[in-house]
Every structure is written in structure tokens, then in C-alpha cells.
Ligand binder design. Structure first.
Ligand SMILES: C[S@@+](CC[C@H](N)C(=O)[O-])C[C@H]1O[C@@H](n2cnc3c(N)ncnc32)[C@H](O)[C@@H]1O
Length: 249
């Protein structure tokens, strides 16, 4: 004999299923287990997994500097957490830091703040041309001004892959690729992976992000050709670490 509670639950499930069949809404309802803990709900992620990194002063300082650079909060806390981990991991590896697709400098500013950047080379590749997106720069001037406090940071203006030759092709320790376009992303990964020192880290911002399937496929092509593997993260990022045994170019 079903209890009243069971019947009520079934009625709610039926109502939800009914709503989800409606032809006029692009949204769907989903019943989820009630959670007693804190829920992280941003940027395509919903989880009750531990996200206490949000409360740490180091993270908060780095994130606040990213917001200062962009002028608004992208609400990509977990992605920033990943990039800060990657940058910290690459900090002890010799070689420069690279970002392809800098926009207003959100991620790169968080990294510089977190690692107390000095004069170590950090090359920021972008056209820095506005395109109407609030994530894109309004031109190089404001971005240049934002990074003025860190002498090692250099803006490399131009279109990847053509602009890649503008810097010395020495070994690198860290590469962040975030151009929202599979073709230059593939070229950048193909260019920098052989130049990455063992232990160096690559973060692909678009790798697993919904709507960026072409970036996923192009990165996988490079990984298959150059024989390395990429881990897909629920943040939408992909990460690869150069194994110690891989010979450098
Ligand atoms: C999503 S935004 C980057 C966001 C940035 N990583 C941040 O932290 O805010 C993508 C950027 O890629 C740049 N971009 C796109 N195609 C490019 C190309 N072929 N060469 C250089 N930059 C490119 C755009 O100008 C834009 O600033």
C-alpha cells in the first residue's frame, strides 16, 4: 500500500515530466537529492563536492585581481582554481609562461597575483581587438596598463598562429589556450607541446566546454599525433602535463 508521501512524490514526478514535455520552454525541471551541504552552482557546474578553496585568502586575492582586470566578475571560480593550481605546479619548471587568448586578462591577472609575478617571461598572445563580447579586450592599451605592475608580462599582438614567431621559441613551462576557435588552438598546441619542459602544464579552456566540440576534437588530434593525453574536467577545461620522459625538441 503506497504511503501518502510516496503518492505525493509520484504526483510531483508526473508534474515535472509533464512540464518537460511542454513545447514552449527551453528549460527543463529536474528533481535532485536535497543537499545538506553547500552547493557550488556556476559556469555549467552544479556540485556539492568540496569547494572550500573559495574561502581561502590566496584564492580570493587572486580572483579579485582577475575581476579588477576585466571590470566584472565572470563567475568562473572553479576554472580559476584549476588555472591557479596549474600555474603553481609549473612555477618550479624552467621556461616561460604562455597564454594564447588573453582578452581583458582575467586568467593571466589571477595567475600573476597568485604567483607574485616578477620578471619571468609571461607572453600573452591576442589580437586584442574588440568583437562585441564582454570577454574580449577593447584594444591593447587597457590590457597593457593592467599588467604594468608585472615587468615580465609581454603582450604579443597579432593573430595566432602567425604571431607565434614573434617570441623566441625557447622552452616553456606553462601554456593556457583560450581562443574559442579550434584552428588557432590546434596550431598553438602543436607549436608549444614540443617546447614544453618535462613537468610543464597545458590548460585548454575550451576542451570540454559545451558548444566547443570542435576544440575538443582538434586538441585530441594533436594529442594523438604527439602521443600525450588530456584529462577532461567538469569545469569544461582540459589539462595535460608533459611526462618527464618525453624528449624535448
Ligand atoms: C574567451 S577570450 C579569452 C579570455 C581570457 N583567457 C581571459 O582570461 O579572460 C578569447 C580571446 O581569444 C582571442 N583570439 C581569438 N582568435 C585568436 C587568434 N587567432 N589569435 C590571437 N587571439 C585570438 C580573442 O581576441 C579573445 O580575446
Amino acid at each position: 500500500m503506497p504511503t501518502l508521501r510516496h503518492l505525493a512524490h509520484r504526483a510531483i514526478e508526473t508534474a515535472v515530466a509533464g512540464f518537460n514535455r511542454n513545447p514552449w520552454s527551453t528549460e527543463a525541471l529536474e528533481l535532485m537529492p536535497r543537499s545538506s551541504g553547500s552547493v557550488y552552482k556556476h559556469d555549467g557546474l552544479r556540485t556539492t563536492h568540496n569547494h572550500t578553496f573559495l574561502d581561502t585568502p590566496d584564492f580570493q586575492r587572486a580572483y579579485a585581481r582577475a575581476v579588477q582586470a576585466a571590470g566584472w566578475d565572470y563567475e568562473i571560480y572553479w576554472r580559476v582554481h584549476v588555472i591557479l593550481w596549474a600555474a603553481l605546479t609549473a612555477q618550479s619548471i624552467p621556461g616561460g609562461f604562455i597564454e594564447c587568448g588573453t582578452g581583458r586578462g582575467f586568467m593571466a591577472s589571477a595567475i600573476c597575483e597568485h604567483l607574485a609575478w616578477g620578471d619571468r617571461p609571461f607572453y600573452l598572445f591576442d589580437t586584442f581587438e574588440p568583437n562585441g563580447s564582454p570577454y574580449y579586450a577593447d584594444g591593447p592599451r587597457a590590457v597593457q596598463e593592467n599588467f604594468r605592475e608585472w615587468p615580465g608580462v609581454r603582450l604579443v599582438l597579432g593573430s595566432v598562429p602567425d604571431s607565434l614567431v614573434q617570441i623566441e621559441s625557447g622552452p616553456v613551462a606553462f601554456v593556457h589556450i583560450d581562443m574559442n576557435r579550434p584552428s588557432p588552438e590546434e596550431a598553438a598546441l602543436r607549436h608549444f607541446w614540443p617546447r614544453l619542459n618535462p613537468g610543464g602544464v597545458v590548460v585548454l579552456d575550451d576542451y570540454a566546454y559545451a558548444g566547443f566540440e570542435d576544440s575538443h576534437h582538434s586538441a585530441n588530434r594533436v594529442a594523438a599525433d604527439l602521443e600525450f593525453s588530456i584529462v577532461s574536467l567538469p569545469t569544461g577545461q582540459g589539462v595535460a602535463i608533459k611526462p618527464p620522459s618525453t624528449p624535448m625538441e
